[in-house]
Design a protein around this ligand. Structure first.
Ligand code: HEM
Length: 133
């Protein structure tokens, strides 16, 4: 449930950051920061959508016991599928749009830094394991 509202907040923030950035002059720090915020939050959505999908597989949503019309059931399923598609396709399209620009190299650096921190932590915990043996 917490993840549900977190995703909503993130999506609103992703849209807001990009829309607000248009209000600042090209080349300004604020505009660049808001765009970077858009990319970062967008990538967070892309990561969390897989967590959501796995959570959905592990514990499916409870059944609705109220009688609802067939068209409502179908509409709900289609809208939900489209939302998932949006949360996967938008970051990929955004990423592709950035391909090989200076900004994409900045985003790559952030990802590389995150990966390096993760590997460092893993190696650290393996080191601790070895010391404990
Ligand atoms: C759920 C995730 C995302 C959503 C819903 C989303 C949505 C949007 C929207 C609404 C725009 C504005 C389009 C316009 O007004 O013309 C936009 C632009 C853009 N987005 Fe995203 N985006 C997402 C994730 C990402 C990610 C992860 C990246 C890159 C790492 C990215 C890169 C871009 C770029 C490069 C633009 C054009 C910026 C410009 O006009 O200067 N987006 N996106």
């Amino acid at each position: 449930m917490g993840l549900h509202w977190l995703m909503l907040l993130l999506l609103v923030a992703v849209f807001a950051a990009m829309e607000l950035s248009d209000g600042f002059p090209k080349g300004s720090d604020t505009r660049a920061s808001l765009k970077t915020l858009h990319f970062t939050l967008g990538l967070t959505v892309f990561t969390l959508v897989w967590v959501r999908l796995i959570a959905k597989l592990v514990s499916p949503a409870p059944l609705i016991h109220l009688p609802i019309a067939r068209w409502q059931e179908v509409t709900a399923k289609v809208v939900q599928a489209l939302l998932y598609l949006l949360m996967i396709a938008m970051p990929l399209l955004g990423w592709a749009g950035l391909a090989d620009t200076k900004r994409s190299r900045q985003v790559d650096s952030v990802l590389r830094l995150a990966a390096a921190c993760f590997v460092h932590r893993e190696q650290g915990s393996r080191g601790n394991d070895q010391r404990n043996l």
